[in-house]
Design a binder for this molecule. Structure first.
Ligand code: SF4
Length: 350
């Protein structure tokens, strides 16, 4: 088995022992529809003896992806509704997404942009499109933060990333540049001195949001790659997706959040899975998600608490959807629920 090059086809998956030969046809049909890529680091992480391996579940195509439900959408979080120019999504007043590239080193089977990413996706911005996107950012003084996402922006060469950062440098109202990436986990060797220099080339405060969903993804190599970024002055936060069969378990979720904090990555977002096409086998109910998030409160440090978030379909932005721990009782009184689930009146009765 060759785990030194990316796995990209149904044949590669069979050769790597990740798909049974009997499943080749179904997996080929999935691969025709949605991009497939598994990096060598992820291929090595998969336990081939575990039919329910949580790493395989995130990256190995499944025939269940051919099942489409009526509520699923091509553009589940409504990027298109807020895209004034190609490559820019301006949903909130003070920040924009800059989607410079729609390629990733791995393709997650639950991806919310699965209709846009991959070899048949929206590709990389042309020089003219990038000019227009930068001009849009420069012309809108309310833009305080630019978030490079995609796709995975860290697949761009350090030279290309450095150029983008140099072009953001003179835009004084942009104070923060954030990158959303899986690279420190899935291609940790890519995080080298050239990449780090490129990320810092804009002279802005630089944040990296690392996408990981299971504690096993935080390997020593991933932790070392993250440490190289953090030691260079880059702030790291996490983002994870709550996924059935991957991390819908209180112990797994607690271990994941602790692994982030041990790596000096502050847990930031825990996303409820989006209504992306062919992903119903990953979705759990909001009640199940709320119970899991509440279980974190009782068992792990405050540093390990992410915000449980739903991207409202149609492009209406994010909402925090954890169960409320406070309810008004009238007369200026509230019932407050503690981390054990016990209720208390506030202010306490004298
Ligand atoms: S890395 Fe992000 S954009 Fe790429 S496939 Fe995974 S979820 Fe989608």
């Amino acid at each position: 088995m060759n785990v030194h090059r990316p796995i990209k086809t149904a044949e590669d998956l069979v050769d790597a022992g990740l798909v049974e030969p009997s499943q080749h046809g179904a997996v080929s049909r999935v691969a025709e529809r949605y991009a497939v890529a598994i990096s060598p680091a992820i291929a090595r992480l998969i336990d081939r003896n575990d039919p329910n391996d949580p790493i395989a579940r995130q990256f190995v195509p499944d025939a269940a992806e051919l099942t489409l439900l009526p509520e699923e959408r091509e553009d589940p979080i409504g990027d298109k509704a807020h895209s004034p120019v190609t490559g820019i999504v301006h949903r909130y007043p003070d920040r924009v997404l800059l989607k410079a590239v729609h390629v990733c080193p791995v393709y997650c089977r639950f991806c919310f942009r699965r209709e846009m990413v991959g070899p048949q996706g929206l590709g990389t911005l042309t020089p003219t499109e990038l000019d227009a996107a930068i001009a849009y950012i420069a012309a809108h003084e309310e833009i305080w933060e630019v978030i490079l996402t995609g796709g995975d922006p860290l697949v761009l060469s350090p030279r290309r990333l450095g150029e983008i950062m140099e072009r953001l440098k003179p835009i004084a109202h942009v104070k923060i540049v954030r990158f959303h990436t899986r690279v420190p986990v899935v291609e940790p060797e890519r995080v080298n001195a050239d990449l780090i220099a490129a990320l810092k080339a804009g002279g802005k405060a630089t944040y990296v949001a690392l996408h990981a969903n299971h504690p096993r993804e935080l390997t020593q190599d991933a932790r070392d790659a993250s440490a190289r970024l953090i030691d260079a002055g880059i702030v790291m936060v996490s983002q994870s997706v709550l996924l059935k069969g991957v991390n819908d378990d209180a112990d797994v979720l607690a271990s994941l959040m602790r692994a982030f904090v041990e790596t000096r990555i502050k847990p930031y977002y825990l996303h409820h899975p989006d209504l992306a096409p062919g992903t119903s086998h990953f979705r759990l109910s909001i009640e199940e998600g709320q119970a899991l998030v509440a279980s974190l409160r009782g068992r792990v440090s405050g540093l390990c608490q992410p915000a449980y978030i739903l991207d409202i379909p149609g492009g209406h932005g994010k909402a925090v959807i954890s169960a409320a721990s406070i309810a008004a009782e009238g007369g200026g009184c509230y019932t407050v629920t503690d981390f054990r689930g016990e209720e208390h009146i506030y202010p306490p009765k004298i």
